[in-house]
Structure formats: C-alpha cells, structure tokens
Design a protein around this ligand. Structure first.
Ligand SMILES: *Cc1c(COP(=O)(O)O)cnc(C)c1O
Length: 379
C-alpha cells in the first residue's frame, strides 16, 4: 500500500484502526481532525486553572469579533447550542421558570418548525420541554401556514439548513420578516453549513437572532464544541442556562481546553485561503474521475454541491448494481487501510475530498481501483 491512514498509538493500543474518512464530517467517525494550532491551544490551556465563566466571556467576545457577530457562546456541540438557544428563547433569564425546566407551564413554550425541516436534531429542542409546532407539509410551507401558527405562546421559529431544505419551503428571509413583526426570534441550525466561511455572519446579518454551528465539523475545532452566534441578550441567557450554573446546560460542560481550542479553530478558519482550498478539492475530484472513468461498468463524474449543501465538489461513482456497490463499500471499510465512503442513491457512492488528510486522496483511489479490479475479474 502506497499510503496508509494517519496513525495513533493510543487507538492502536485499544485495538482500533484509524479510518480514512472520504464521507463527510461525521460525528460517528470523529467529526474532523484538529490542526496543530488547535491541539497546541488545548494543550496550553490544560496547564493551569482559570476562571471558567470569565474565560467563556473572553473567548465569546473574541469569536464574536472574528465572526462579525454581536455576541458568541461556545457550547458542547451544535446540538447542545440548540438546547441552550431554546432555553434562552423560552425561559430567558427568569429565575423561577429556570428552576422548573423542563416543565414550561408558565412561559412561552412553543417552537415553530417547518414540517420539511423536522429531523433527528429537533430532539435537542424538545429536551427543554417545549412543544414543537409543525407547520406545512413534507413538500413545503406557505406564508399563511406560518402566520396562523403564531400565537402568544410562540417562543421562536427554528430554521434548519442542510439536507432538509426543499424547494417549497418558506424561504428564510420571509420567515424572518414574518417573525420579526411579532418580535419572535428566528434560530438557525447551521451546524454543517461551513464552508462557505461567510455563513458565520450571513444568517445573523439576514436577521436571524442566533445561528448555531458545529465546532467539530469543517471548523476543525474540538469535536465536542459548537458556536452560538448572534444577539447579546440571548447569548447572555445561554450563559445563564449553561455550565457551571445548575441548569439544563450543566451536563453540557465545555472545558477550558475546548474553549481555547474553539477560539484557535475560528481564528484559523477565518484566515484560511478558502479559494485555494476549493481549487484543491476540484483537483482531487477531477483526478478521481479521470482515473475511475475508464473502468468498464463504472460511471464516474463530478457532483455538486454536496449533501449538506456545502459548495464543495465531490465524485459520484456508479456501479453496475446495488449488490456490487454494497460489497465494495464493505470491503473498503474492512480493508487496509480502512476507507469510509458514503452510499449514494442507487448503486452509487460519493467520494468527498473535504475530510481527507494529505496523501489520503490517492489511498482512497488505490483501494477503490483494487476493489474494482477484483470485481471485474470475478465477472
Ligand atoms: C451535525 C449537526 C448537528 C449537531 O452538531 P454537533 O456539533 O455534533 O452537536 C445539528 N444539526 C445538523 C443539521 C447537523 O448536521
């Protein structure tokens, strides 16, 4: 094998093999790989005690400035940020209601979500004790359907950005306009919406009250971090519900190491040459397509954008049938090195350049060509 996956002595001691991730920034595979400056910031932070609340404030102020937002809070993942944002919009800074969470009988306790946007992550919203009010249908929502759902118990509208977006949805600018007229905040789950880097300020500049990002996806910060960006009063309320306070957020601790790691990750990310990075992705995809296209029984082409809607190219490789595809996916994962690829529709896989480390694009290609060769010799 010309190239192998990066090594970890610790994983090896546990009998675990590293995985080459050609899928996406999947939590199940570890989210992302932290660059040296993030690891160094975490190691440096681990050396001494510090006032954790003050650190959260200072880190928040720096991240807010770097991302062109009024305020920022570092949560223990985007999903935890969704819990805190929901608590901020329902309970706010109310001491009495705060003590009763998740029994939200006396406060605004309804969160509106478009039916097409409903997904596994709305569990994080419901955890606070709110009722999710579903508007519209699977193919979309009309302005009227949203308007009639508003009432005096409406705390917020949650907008999900990603694979759940459908052409018939009520667009975000219209949702913001309708909610704004009633003084109701719109919260955006943008967990996987980087790149483009501009999304760090795009949703809040459009008028969303808060936008929530995963720190452990393309930001390549600590896997267990998230960013909540936006309105200062709501960020203050997130703090109020968060660790170290005894509250719904107490089990969602963000350590000093994660706080400093998240800051280093944001500093790095806003300074990256994103255009150059994108050219690198295009080159990788073009190389994969060129090398795979000549094989008989295979169709290889560039696809765009990717599943999360990120403006990143990836390769779509279609095999003769589902069974062939499934066998190859299993053999790539169980082979040496272990390569994870995503199944795509009928008989196809996607190869994603975004999560690959230096040298791994060729390792993926080599392994795939080995498997395709085996497969055609069997036929
Ligand atoms: C990944 C993801 C989350 C959760 O993010 P974590 O940082 O893993 O908590 C939430 N919503 C969407 C749409 C996601 O893709």
């Amino acid at each position: 094998m010309s190239t192998s996956a990066a090594q970890s002595a610790g994983y090896e001691a546990l009998g675990l093999r590293p995985v080459i991730n050609a899928c996406a920034t999947l939590t199940r595979l570890g989210g992302s790989v932290m660059p040296p400056e993030v690891v160094d910031a975490m190691a440096d932070a681990a050396r001494c005690f510090v006032d954790l609340e003050e650190l959260q404030r200072r880190v928040g102020a720096r991240i807010a400035a770097l991302t062109r937002n009024k305020a920022a809070y570092v949560s223990s993942g985007a999903a935890a940020g969704m819990v805190l944002a929901t608590a901020a919009c329902t309970v706010g800074m109310d001491q009495e209601a705060h003590a009763r969470v998740p029994q939200l009988d006396t406060v605004k306790n309804q969160i509106i979500v478009q039916n097409a946007h409903r997904n596994g992550y709305d569990y994080a919203v419901r955890q606070v004790g709110v009722t999710v009010v579903d508007v519209g249908g699977p193919s979309g929502t009309t302005r009227e359907e949203l308007e009639v759902a508003f009432n005096d118990r409406t705390a917020a509208v949650f907008w999900f950005q990603g694979a759940m977006n459908v052409p018939g949805e009520l667009p975000l600018d219209q949702v913001i306009e309708a909610a704004d007229r009633r003084g109701i905040p719109v919260l955006v789950d943008a967990a996987a919406q980087l790149p483009p880097v501009e999304n760090l300020w795009r949703f809040t500049q459009m008028g969303a009250a808060l936008a929530i990002f995963s720190g452990g996806k393309d930001l390549a910060g600590p896997q267990s971090t998230g960013l909540v960006l936006g309105r200062a009063d709501l960020i203050d309320a997130c703090r109020f519900h968060g660790n170290p306070n005894q509250s719904i957020g107490r089990p969602m601790k963000v350590g000093k190491e994660e706080l400093m790691g998240a800051l280093a990750a944001v500093e790095r990310y806003v300074g990256l040459d994103h255009a150059k990075r994108m050219r690198g992705f295009e080159e990788t995809v073009a190389r994969w397509v060129d090398r795979l296209a000549p094989f008989e029984g295979i169709v290889a082409r560039r696809d765009f954008p990717n599943e999360a809607g990120q403006p990143v190219p990836w390769a779509l490789i279609t095999f003769a049938d589902d069974a062939t595809r499934d066998t190859i996916v299993d053999r790539l994962r169980s082979g040496d090195p272990s390569v994870a690829v995503a199944k795509a529709g009928e008989a196809a896989i996607h190869l994603n350049p975004m999560t690959l480390q230096p040298g791994e694009a060729d390792a993926v290609l080599d392994r795939l060509i080995e498997e395709i060769g085996d497969d055609s010799s069997r036929r």
